[in-house]
Design a protein around this ligand. Sequence first.
Ligand code: PRP
Ligand code: URA
Length: 206
Amino acid sequence: MHVLDHPLIADELTRLRDPQCLPQEFRQRVRRIASLMVPAVTADLPTTTVPCPTPLETTTGLRITRDILLAPVLRAGLGFLDGFLDLIPQASVAHIGLARNEETLLPEPYYLKHPPNLENFTIILLDPMLATGGSAIEAVRRLRAAGARHLRFACLVAAPEGVGAFESAYPDVPVFTGALDRCLNQLGYILPGLGDAGDRLFGTAL
Ligand code: PRP
Ligand code: URA
């Protein structure tokens, strides 16, 4: 579990939490935070040394050895995707459709599309919100069932309940978050949180 304690992330997140932050600004801020998280989330990617010609001589360079797959959980993960793609434009993208049932709080799957040979990719699962943990756990379950082996999870705001559930289910999948908040309320929303991330990204709040 890595809480990315950085003034730029904290400043953006503080502005994002504000209910006055409307969808256009909200999307820009989520995208910027995602980009700010990329160096930490990818710091241990496996590399190999390669010959590196320059105009003057040949030195030794590094290349990333495994292809990267970004896997946003729909819908809110889409808001997170662009900031990762800005810095990792060569990544492939898998889409995972999950909707949390508002009464049971359980994730209901509705879509999954990914490239073949998932075992060959470093997969970064993306979802801004880790609340009960049900969605992230289901996303990893589906990716693993399809062959995924090298997984990590990046979120923007996490609740301790979700972190505990996720780490119990998948102790081998590293979690990176921009903030660790206090708790969940009775409706399963993160406190203090930022509300419904999907609705705020796409302007679908009632
Ligand atoms: C939200 C959020 C996560 C999930 C987190 O999605 O984006 O996917 O809830 O909650 P959990 O940890 O308790 O599972 P939601 O299902 O509301 O769908 P949306 O992104 O389409 O709004
Ligand atoms: N999903 C959200 O978008 N926000 C929360 O606080 C919890 C789940």
